[in-house]
Structure formats: structure tokens, C-alpha cells
Design a protein around this ligand. Structure first.
Ligand SMILES: NC(=O)c1ccc[n+]([C@@H]2O[C@H](COP(=O)([O-])OP(=O)(O)OC[C@H]3O[C@@H](n4cnc5c(N)ncnc54)[C@H](OP(=O)(O)O)[C@@H]3O)[C@@H](O)[C@H]2O)c1
Length: 188
């Protein structure tokens, strides 16, 4: 965009391993379940650090186009505010026009201690519970190795608060949300 050549993890690997004119095979792995709620008045909680934020751009745009009345809350995290706030101006515009109700950010390398999206979830546990009890659907996208299990554990803790901190009961609640398709993940 500013004339600087930028390489991500995949583009770098492609440049290193292939030459112009080479044919490479790519495939799309669809996730047909990772879809917005059927009804536009359902609130949506989106948790997408790093590249995991990608589907939520279209979620928010789609909800705006649908004139959906449900609220949209995004948790985004990445390494640094200055380098990695992906689509910053779009989120700010969506906040202004109301397409995005709320955004909470976790930049992991802007301070000594790591801060991740699950820390923001815990900070806003009471409000998240209100959204969930009001029927909100929760979406998680991004890294499957560390992020998704850690976010899963944080959600269990948050739900456990309704059962005097009983984590088994929190896990049962999250499993119920999953079965009701109100807890959906697209992780890789
Ligand atoms: N070449 C580059 O400069 C570059 C830049 C970005 C991404 N990448 C690569 O691209 C791939 C995908 O990247 P991505 O953007 O999806 O992810 P990512 O850049 O690896 O991570 C995104 C954010 O998630 C944080 N994170 C790490 N562990 C976490 C955990 N357990 N729970 C919650 N958050 C956690 C990261 O923090 P910390 O990393 O600070 O712990 C970072 O703030 C990765 O392989 C990554 O290494 C490369």
C-alpha cells in the first residue's frame, strides 16, 4: 500500500521455494458451520487474534448490510499496536457507524507482561455473561495450538462463575452452547 514490500509467513515461503511460472497447488478448507446466527437480532461475540480476525471483517460488514439489530463485540489481539493493529481504520469506522458495538484489544508485546485476548475476556467476564445469558453466539478464530485452548479455558471459567466457580459446570455450559451452535470455532 505504501510501496514497501511485505511478506507474511506464506508469501515468504512461496518466494523462497518457487520461481516465476511454477505451478503450486493450493486448497481451501471450508468450514460450513462457521456462520452468523440465523436471526439478525442475536448478539455476536467474536474472538480473533492475529490472522483469526479475518472472517470477522465480513461478519461485521454482513451484519451492517443486513441491518441486523444484534450487537457485535470484537476481541482482537496481536503483537504490537503500531505494527499489527489489522484493519484498524475499518474497525474505527465500524465503531463510529455502529456496525461494531465494541472492540477490546490485547497487544501482547507492547509491555513487559504478555496480554492476550483471554485476559480481556476475564476482565469483562460479568458483561460477557450478560451477553451470553441474553442469547449471544460466541465465535473463535485463529491459532488452534495455544490460543484456542486458552480461550476455551477462559470461557469455562467465566461460565463457572454462575456455579460458584465450579469448572465442571462451566465446561458443561460451554458444551451446551457448542451443541446449540452458539459456540463456534474456526481454528488452524
Ligand atoms: N513474519 C512475521 O513477521 C510474522 C508476523 C505475524 C505472524 N507471523 C506468523 O503467521 C502465522 C499466523 O500468525 P497469527 O497472526 O495468526 O498469529 P500470531 O502472530 O502468532 O499471534 C497473534 C497474537 O496472539 C498472541 N498469542 C500467542 N499465544 C497466545 C495464546 N496462548 N493465547 C492467546 N493469544 C496468544 C500472540 O502473542 P505473542 O506472539 O506475543 O506471544 C500475538 O499477539 C504464525 O505462524 C506467525 O508466526 C509472522
Amino acid at each position: 500500500m505504501d510501496g514497501t514490500a511485505r511478506h507474511g509467513a506464506v508469501s515468504r515461503a512461496v518466494v523462497d521455494q518457487f520461481e516465476e511460472g511454477d505451478e503450486i497447488e493450493v486448497f481451501v478448507e471450508p468450514n460450513t458451520r462457521f456462520r452468523l446466527p440465523e436471526h439478525g437480532d442475536t448478539d455476536v461475540i467474536m474472538i480473533g487474534p492475529g490472522t483469526g480476525v479475518a472472517p470477522f471483517r465480513s461478519f461485521v460488514e454482513h451484519r451492517a448490510a443486513q441491518e441486523a439489530t444484534g450487537r457485535n463485540w470484537l476481541f482482537f489481539g496481536d503483537r504490537t499496536f503500531s505494527e499489527d493493529f489489522l484493519y484498524q481504520s475499518e474497525w474505527q469506522a465500524h465503531l463510529r457507524d455502529g456496525a461494531l458495538t465494541r472492540i477490546d484489544l490485547a497487544f501482547s508485546r507492547d509491555q513487559q507482561e504478555k496480554v492476550y485476548v483471554q485476559d480481556r475476556l476475564r476482565e469483562h467476564a460479568a458483561e460477557l455473561l450478560e451477553w451470553i445469558e441474553g442469547g449471544a453466539a460466541i465465535y473463535v478464530c485463529g491459532d488452534a495450538g495455544a490460543m484456542a485452548p486458552d480461550v476455551h479455558a477462559a470461557l469455562i471459567e467465566i461460565l463457572a462463575a454462575r456455579h460458584d466457580g465450579d469448572l465442571d459446570a462451566g465446561a458443561t455450559d460451554l458444551e451446551t452452547l457448542r451443541r446449540e451452535r452458539r459456540y463456534l470455532r474456526d481454528v488452524y
